[in-house]
Ligand binder design. Structure first.
Ligand code: FE
Ligand code: FE
Ligand code: ZN
Length: 286
């Protein structure tokens, strides 16, 4: 089972790998930079090399880098979109130091421009990002870029599987190669968006497969939710302590369409809490 959690990147890559192992994890997620935005620390090549050796020896991966929350590729103002584009390119360049990583981003908020316009803007940026990053790297990025399923808070895009598919199609029409984009399914977000993964997990996954294609699903954000189905709130809860509940989360880690994917916890936990949740979810595997 591939399972881990979000970790602080403040100590570097090797420290994240060691922390993951210490809590029973074999995957982890991290922010590439301050989640509120700003410059990333320069890459420490010695740290990255030490991490890659450690990850290989300990069977860690895939690692999942999370874009900053302030990245809004669908923003109305040009400087908001320029920031999104430059961070995105910089992150893809940096992730080439750890080949084969996943990069997750929130598709964005259309801020009143309408979902159609917002999705066009997201696709425009993805097209430019892949072109610029490929030129800078010298080949296509080895990172798979994941659109995260969102709860539909405010004007968030990606609140339903149709929007996720539409953004992928629009991006591919702008030259993003097939296979470069995937999806990260966040259990709290899809529940808050109105997908009943408690009473109809099979139906929700069948709909995902029909609308997006199961082959595009590359990661699961494993969270309980503080709020009710279709609340559009996005407040994560500890595993088994929220409205999704332990029985449904146990079905998720065992579902034949999900069980081979990496699961990343983003619950409101400290390291000991994550250690306990990882042990709990492992114990529920059949
Ligand atoms: Fe996220
Ligand atoms: Fe998430
Ligand atoms: Zn969330």
């Amino acid at each position: 089972m591939k399972i881990g959690c979000h970790l602080s990147s403040s100590g570097g890559y090797l420290a994240m790998g060691q922390t993951a192992v210490s809590i029973g994890a074999n995957v982890f997620q991290f922010f590439t930079r301050n989640p509120r935005g700003g410059a990333a620390k320069p890459m420490d090549k010695g740290d990255v090399r030490a991490f890659i050796d450690y990850a290989t020896a300990n069977g860690i991966g895939p690692i999942l880098a999370h874009a900053p929350y302030t990245l809004n590729a669908a923003g109305a103002e040009p400087r908001v979109r320029e920031f999104a584009e430059s961070v995105f390119i910089d992150d893809l360049k940096r992730l080439e130091f750890t080949p084969g990583a996943l990069y997750n981003f929130h598709p964005g908020s259309h801020v009143g421009q309408g979902a159609e316009k917002g999705m066009e803007l997201v696709a425009d940026i993805l097209g430019k990002v892949f072109e610029s990053a490929s030129t800078a790297i010298g080949h296509l990025p080895s990172t798979v870029v994941l659109l995260e399923t969102m709860s539909g808070k405010g004007s968030e895009l990606g609140r339903d599987f149709g929007e996720i598919r539409a953004m992928i199609d629009l991006a591919e029409a702008r030259g993003v190669p097939r296979g470069a984009l995937g999806v990260c399914l966040d259990t709290c977000h899809v529940w808050d968006a109105g997908y009943d993964i408690v009473n109809d997990l099979d139906g929700v996954l069948a709909e995902f497969d029909a609308r997006v294609g199961l082959e595009r699903l590359k990661a699961v954000h494993m969270n309980d939710s503080m709020n009710a189905l279709a609340s559009h709130k996005d407040r994560h809860e500890k595993i088994g302590k929220g409205k999704i509940g332990l029985d449904a989360l146990a079905r998720i880690v065992n579902h034949r369409m999900l069980r081979d994917l990496p699961f990343y916890l983003e619950t409101p936990c400290d390291l000991q809490g994550y250690r306990d949740e990882i042990a709990l979810l492992k114990s529920l595997r059949r």
